[in-house]
Design a protein. Structure first.
Ligand SMILES: *[C@@H]1O[C@H](CO)[C@@H](O)[C@H](O)[C@H]1NC(C)=O
Ligand SMILES: *[C@@H]1O[C@H](CO)[C@@H](O)[C@H](O)[C@H]1NC(C)=O
Length: 180
């Protein structure tokens, strides 16, 4: 009697299990965002500086060949769709970077990436990362998000698209892979 009862319930159980699995699959979505970041250290008439030094580290240190240890810049960098600063704006990267290694050119980069156009308009993600500036690819841990990206996790890949060694202005290419 008990066995027959269980057998009758089995199809309903499988159906319920399928629903649970479908719901958990739908709850996670991966979003790929690709954009460029304009780090303007030396401003000009048409492009004011957006990366501004606010702390000068104590140099020279005998054990600091970089001579930049402790230097900190606050940034409010434009984000655009393409590498050209005149291409459509998608947001701003607002935060700071600081030279945080005594032995190599490695930054602590902490910023909110605030989106002002496109599918993520009004949302932001928070990044807390180590940026070894001469590495070809740097990984950006995503530690959270707001709006449509609330609770986002995932990572970004940061690449130097171009840099002017005189002005130290750089265009950085960023791909983000977000799970919400
Ligand atoms: C982004 O959202 C704001 C607020 O809703 C709106 O005013 C603005 O026009 C939007 N921008 C774009 C480019 O869609
Ligand atoms: C770097 O910037 C300087 C000053 O704006 C400019 O004269 C020079 O042409 C730039 N170099 C490159 C390679 O774009």
């Amino acid at each position: 009697m008990a066995i027959r009862h269980t057998m009758q319930l089995l199809p309903a159980f499988i159906f319920a299990l399928a629903l649970v699995l479908m719901a958990s699959a739908a709850a996670t979505e991966t979003i790929h965002l690709k954009f460029y970041m304009h780090d303007i250290v030396t401003g000009g008439p048409s492009s004011p500086a957006t990366a501004v030094q606010v702390i000068k580290g104590v140099v020279p240190l005998a054990n600091d060949p970089t001579t930049y240890f402790g230097d900190m810049y606050v940034v409010d960098d434009l984000l655009t769709e393409g590498p050209d600063a005149a291409s459509p704006a998608v947001g701003r990267a607002q935060g700071f970077f600081q030279f945080a290694s005594m032995t190599e050119y490695a930054l602590l980069l902490t910023a909110n990436f605030v989106f002002t156009a496109g599918s993520q308009n009004g949302s932001s993600v928070a990044v807390l990362s180590r940026d070894v500036i001469f590495d070809s690819v740097r990984e950006l841990p995503i530690v959270g998000g707001t709006g449509g990206l609330r609770g986002a996790t995932g990572y970004g890949l940061l690449r130097t698209h171009s840099v002017n060694t005189t002005t130290r202005n750089a265009v950085l290419k960023i791909d983000m892979y977000l799970r919400v």
